[in-house]
Design a protein. Structure first.
Length: 599
């Protein structure tokens, strides 16, 4: 790529060039360090997929052993949400399909599992109405019509699907009627519900990866974007035009209006970044993948962050007037510390250093460092990846990601779900492998993380093709568990064993003036001499949805001194002197309407 092209070399493209020249090995690392044993509150993750009765939910995403197109590599997301309002998290697994008619004609669907409250799940897909079949990608959850039941949005290569939760265990596809199905040529990726105009109705943001057409898509080995270590592989994103993102405004009557143009979402980098397509100039596109909405500048309005593949990532700052301004590069969260655009996949958001500002973690391609953007105030970021200790693992290709306090010590740890994309390297002795282990980083509370994957259990070290990954307490025992949607196989359900030795609190917020899901609500918990913040978010990780309840680890503190809630409506409420180790339900203007100890 010439220097006068105005574009930035991606790390992925650069490393591919180096590998072809035989220079790659000197740049790679990645191992399980012999870290010091954790002296207290050690957490072990146990694979309970089989006992939970999830093994038959096999993911289909094209050819298992010899993938020909990028579409077959990217996998699917997963949601942990309480669709039936019984207080227990259920599991929704997005599914794909195949280019093989023998499989696609079977019309594989996604899966919905109801939590039986005893560590097992029941497959209720058949009677749920979640019957759409196609190239499923991501999912997000939110009560868009404020009827008290969480609705489900699923992105596809092709038409997206909005499922209305009927409140009786079934869902209805309302995509066309609601105006959010999109067009058949778009590749829907990450998504999130948010109330960007704070009118009490959830709007919808959809990231679009790239423009993909099977009839014209280049074949393996066709160009430099289609080779890896001299192996012909499916062509990467730079062999296609990037997609443009969508923002739908909720009209409040069950329908949405596409406001992508007038809001500034569709062409975030301005009219100068255009390409000539057919007879028209169009936005170049941003290769958007993972998406998350949160208030990064603490002004009370939700912003949007998008991890982009082989292009600068995006941060849409909310202007409070129905429009956004894209500021990722000047804000310090679009590129790495060397000014290079990486291959962003998933997004996690949390205040990992406890300073009251939400930070960002982003997973990237192999040979790249997992990016940690520290928010140092007013929504300005620094790349803290290396000094935080995340440079010890560079060989893995990260997808799902989450900031989660696994040991309830009051500091957000970091979980990475990994798996490569090139099936053609599976049986080759290269510096990287196709199936990969997970990585768990413990937050040391001083701005640094320690890789504790080795001692977190053999389920963490087990290699797989992880894609979507969601976090939540599925067994309601006070610590956070993990579910992973694996490419070409069954999911992995990881039960947290040991995290609840420390104290905790889980808070479910219910909006009345604000949207019913309370998405965008900021909660601050003060206990044991320090404060923590978190925010109710839709979407995030890689194409996935975490539990909408907020989990706070409290260490050895024996009470919560102060629970402060800032609702999207502008209302602020405070509750004092609360006991620990309980589930709270807090209703806007109604106070604490329920409190329960674990079973």
């Amino acid at each position: 790529m010439s220097s006068n092209s105005g574009l930035i070399w991606s790390r992925r493209e650069f490393m591919t060039m180096l590998s072809r020249a035989g220079m790659l090995l000197s740049f790679t690392s990645g191992y399980y360090p012999l870290s010091r044993p954790r002296s207290a509150n050690q957490v072990v993750f146990t694979d309970v997929t089989a006992s939970a009765r999830l093994l038959h939910a096999t993911n289909i995403c094209g050819s298992r052993d010899n993938k020909q197109f990028l579409l077959e590599e990217m996998g699917c997301g997963v949601a942990l949400f309480d669709y039936d309002n019984d207080g227990w998290l259920d599991i929704f697994l997005v599914n794909g399909t195949s280019l093989d008619p023998a499989i696609s004609h079977l019309h594989p669907t996604s899966y919905l599992f109801r939590n039986n409250r005893d560590g097992t799940f029941t497959d209720v897909t058949a009677r749920s109405g979640l019957s759409h079949s196609g190239w499923g990608q991501g999912c997000c959850v939110g009560d868009y019509d404020n009827d008290g039941f969480e609705d489900l949005f699923v992105t596809y290569w092709g038409h997206n699907v909005l499922y209305h939760n009927n409140g009786d265990g079934t869902f209805t596809d309302v995509s066309a009627r609601a105006g959010v199905e999109g067009t058949e040529w778009r590749w829907g990726a990450g998504c999130c519900f948010l109330d960007y105009d704070r009118d009490g109705h959830l709007d919808l943001f959809v990231a679009n990866y790239l423009n993909f057409d099977l009839e014209t898509a280049p074949k393996r080995g066709d160009s430099v974007y289609c080779r890896y270590n001299e192996i012909a592989v499916p062509c990467g994103p730079l062999g296609f035009a990037g997609g443009t993102n969508i923002l739908y405004r909720n009209r409040g009557d069950g329908t949405f209006e596409d406001v992508s143009e007038q809001s500034g979402i569709v062409n975030p980098r301005g009219p100068s970044v255009m390409v000539f397509v057919g007879a028209n100039w169009r936005p170049r596109g941003s290769y958007g993948m993972g998406a998350a909405a949160a208030d990064f500048d603490n002004d009370g309005w939700p912003d949007i962050y998008v991890a982009c593949d082989s292009a600068p990532s995006l941060l849409y700052r909310n202007n409070h007037d129905g429009t956004f301004r894209e500021i990722a590069v000047p804000a310090g969260c679009g590129l790495d510390e060397n000014g290079v655009a990486l291959s962003g996949m998933g997004v996690a958001v949390a205040d990992y250093d406890g300073d009251g500002w939400l930070d960002i973690a982003r997973t990237n391609f192999s040979e790249q460092v997992t990016t940690l953007y520290r928010n140092y105030g007013n929504g300005a970021f620094e790349d803290a990846s290396i000094k935080a200790g995340l440079g010890v693992n560079r060989k893995y290709l990260g997808f799902g990601v989450g900031f989660v306090d696994f040991n309830n010590d009051g500091w957000k740890d970091l979980f990475l779900a990994n798996g490569h994309v090139y099936s053609q390297i599976a049986n080759r002795k290269l510096h990287i492998s196709y199936k990969e282990p997970k990585v768990v980083y413990r937050n040391l509370g001083n701005g640094r993380f320690q890789d504790v994957s080795f001692e977190a259990g053999k389920a963490i070290r087990a290699e797989n093709l992880a894609r979507g990954c969601a976090f939540g307490d599925f067994d309601n025992d006070g610590d956070v568990d993990v579910v992973i949607n694996n490419l070409d196989g069954p999911p992995t359900l990881l039960r947290n064993d040991g995290g609840n030795r420390n104290n905790w609190m889980i808070v479910k917020c219910v909006g009345t003036r604000s949207n019913r899901s309370a998405i965008g609500t900021r909660v601050r918990v003060t206990s044991g001499g320090r404060s923590q913040i978190d925010e109710v978010m839709s979407g995030s990780s890689y194409y996935s949805q975490n539990d909408l309840r907020l989990h706070f680890g409290l260490g050895k503190a024996n009470k919560v001194d102060d629970l402060a809630i800032a609702w999207p409506s502008g209302l602020k409420e405070t509750f004092k002197h609360l006991p620990v180790n309980q589930f709270l339900v807090v209703e806007e203007t109604g106070g604490i309407v329920d409190s329960r100890k674990p079973r």
